[in-house]
Write a new protein. Structure first.
Length: 94
């Protein structure tokens, strides 16, 4: 299993707008429809209104590679460009 933690820095209190844009683009439904994705959930920080954590879990490397080749992966990258000040990505093979 592969776990990806994506820490977003979303300045100017735009966290809710970012989450709404992702939801309205249907990203979550499309990711779960891929088949190899077991988790794709966002967690807002209680201590920092500009911080958001995305936790992703994939069955294997092939599932992650498939995810990264999808149009909705490119779509969330475009949404990120509008809202995100910084990104820290951590990958764990468990």
């Amino acid at each position: 299993m592969i776990v990806i933690n994506v820490y977003y820095d979303i300045p100017n209190g735009k966290r809710e707008e970012f989450m709404t844009a992702v939801r309205d683009a249907g990203i979550l439904d499309k990711v779960y429809a891929e088949g190899g994705c077991r988790k794709y959930d966002f967690y807002p920080s209680w201590n920092n209104e500009n911080e958001l954590l995305l936790v992703e879990r994939y069955d294997n490397a092939e599932a992650l590679e498939f995810h990264m080749a999808q149009d909705h992966f490119k779509a969330i990258q475009e949404i990120e460009k509008k809202y995100i000040g910084g990104i820290d990505v951590q990958r764990f093979d468990v």
